[in-house]
Write a protein that binds this ligand. Structure first.
Ligand SMILES: Cc1ncc(COP(=O)(O)O)c(C=O)c1O
Length: 351
């Protein structure tokens, strides 16, 4: 007999395939990470923290909320830092819902939303994205009931890279004023589309963002929530006072001093590498979903063989099935050099 709640025992853990991801051996195109190391000033700031003689103290966050607010174009009271954006997603769902409530999670999407919904005992409503129609805006609005407490808008969505227009997000928020509209802007720097400037107009919107992807800091875990100040204050009642560690704050504070280095990487990925990969896929007649992020969801004839061929050439990509069980490969896009090599390996494997 378990000491835990039945539905928790009945769940299975979210276990991304992390084993064997050795950056010395492989080009890692499987987790939508930045594919190059962080800049030297961030490494130095972390070393300085180790040497500071302050590791025995609880973390203190200084003006990090203000720094993030300046970067995001909001007020500091509209920012809450979190332990990665997974933490923000969890806090929002936990704070907005109780068992038996409904959450709308258009699929296929990032696993954490349904994972959080399951451990809160929520009923999931899952209208599907389509390649042609994108996010099912009208179906989502039609699915809203008195019990709807959260609507997820992953923007752009993982794995398909689909974007929802800010006007549609506001329309959904207005159609469900009693629900939290969770807008996951994990890949915001790539898409450059945000509703951060629409928060006062739609006070039920909560944005989650992260320093894990574009900024290259998934190992230190820093995310943030943006919303109106009342929502942030409510969420702060739930977040622990030390949930974010000092390494994360030091690294991000340093990174925010020179966002141009991050943005230069974004430009290379979006302006050079992505068109290269898209052009190759089009030329080879391989289907893929249009994407606003640093990855493409690609549907070759024989995905298993192609994944293996890439692995043999020390390149990792991520198998992801669509709603009909058809397997695709989600390929993270990196630097121009890495993408030229990816195209070369794909071309050889497809011959
Ligand atoms: C859409 C989306 N949201 C959130 C996350 C989690 O990011 P973090 O490292 O900030 O928890 C990911 C990670 O892959 C993601 O793809």
């Amino acid at each position: 007999m378990s000491i835990f709640k039945d539905h928790i025992d009945a769940m299975s853990a979210y276990k991304p395939p992390l084993e064997g991801r050795d950056p010395e051996k492989y080009t890692l195109l499987d987790f939508n990470e930045r594919t190059i190391e962080v800049v030297e000033p961030i490494r130095q700031a972390l070393h300085a923290l180790v040497d500071s003689g302050r590791l025995h103290m609880y973390p203190s966050y200084g003006d990090i909320a203000q720094q993030i607010a300046d970067y995001a174009g909001v007020d500091a009271e509209q920012v809450m830092i979190t332990n990665g954006s997974d933490h923000g997603i969890d806090l929002i769902i936990r704070s907005a819902c109780q068992a038996g409530d409904e959450i709308i999670i258009p699929g296929p999407s990032f696993a954490m939303y349904s994972q959080c919904a399951k451990f809160e005992g929520l009923n999931m409503v899952e209208p599907q994205y389509t390649r042609e129609g994108g996010y099912p805006v009208d179906e989502v609005i039609a699915s809203v009931t008195d019990k709807t407490r959260v609507i997820v808008i992953s923007n752009p969505n993982n794995p398909c890279g689909t974007l929802v227009a800010p006007d549609d997000i506001v329309r959904i928020a207005q159609a469900a004023p009693k629900a939290a509209i969770l807008v996951d802007e994990c890949y915001f720097e790539y898409s450059k589309v945000t509703v951060a400037d629409r928060l006062h107009e739609s006070p039920n919107i909560l944005i989650t963002r992260t320093f894990s992807k574009t900024w290259g800091l998934p190992s230190i875990r820093l995310g943030y929530v943006l919303s109106v100040a009342d929502n942030i204050n409510a969420l702060l009642n739930v977040r622990g006072p030390y949930d974010v560690n000092q390494f994360a704050v030091v690294a991000v504070s340093e990174g925010l001093k020179s966002p141009e280095t991050t943005l230069a990487y974004v430009n290379e990925v979006m302006e050079v590498s992505k068109p290269l990969l898209e052009a190759f896929l089009e030329e080879a007649g391989i289907d893929f979903w249009p994407s606003a992020a640093n990855y493409l969801w690609v549907f070759p004839q024989n995905p298993e063989a192609l994944e293996l061929a890439l692995r043999k050439e020390m390149m990792l990509v991520r198998p992801k099935a669509n709603a009909h069980g058809q397997m695709g490969l989600r390929m993270t896009i990196g630097t121009e050099e890495q993408t030229r090599r990816l195209v070369e390996v794909l071309r050889k494997a497809l011959q």
